[in-house]
Design a protein around this ligand. Sequence first.
Ligand code: LIP
Length: 281
Amino acid sequence: MSADAELSARLEMVRAVIMEAGALAVSYFADLHALEVEEKINGQDVVSVADKAVEDLILAEVRRRFPEDGFLGEETGLTEGGSGYLWVVDPIDGTSCFVHGRHDWCVSIALVKHGEPVVGIIFAPVTDELFLGVKGQGASLNGVAINVDGRSGLHQGLLGVGANFRIPKGSIPRFIDNLMEAGGMFIRSGSGALMLVEVACGRMIGYYEPHINAWDCLAALLIIREAGGWTADFPSKAPEIMDGAEVIAAAPQVRAALLEVIAKTKADLASDGVPPSNERG
Ligand code: LIP
């Protein structure tokens, strides 16, 4: 089979399975009183039966159609394969939002080939938005081509900020102080993947989170690049893919100003004696 045919077969599969995954998640979302939820790190970092069921559905379809492919899921971990392809799946990104009935959550799937992301697909069932990026072929939202914001600077646009309990204490307040001092404004929803794709379609000018996992962001980062945005390198090969990393994305005209704010934040934290973030979680 040619490389193009291999990719088309996988694209066709993932476009169908992500819609099924979204519908399954919605069936749990419609009955949140009955949802079983467990704590991971603490009450702000949770997993529900819906996350597990949605990941199982995607995993079963990958196993059925492409049994040689590897799979990295937020809930099931890493199984390496022999085909060179790896699926990186967050069944529900924004789980805390989901369990509390908020609308900012999505299903996120990246396809990585020999360590390089080649497909990113994100489905937000509540708003019925399907974001897709294919390496070298551009990015779209519900089938219509999208581009990052080409005009707004740090002073005009909204910058997404993510946080979690793995990052050093004080890093987010420092970043927000420095951002606002530079004339910027932050915005935070509970789904890193969704905030990132909002950069891809021009609703936000960039995104920063001191540490995030690969399943939360690999799909969205490819979509941003395909929409003309800039993203900092992020590990996408095993074993480093398991470590996660800092995530930075920006519209091209915002990149330098954002990097300056991040550098100032790191210098401030270092002078306060705060260690840099690099934790698994
Ligand atoms: C979470 C993201 C959140 C991000 C956290 C975490 P989960 O993922 O949605 O926006 O800031 O780092 O990764 O646990 O909801 O899949």
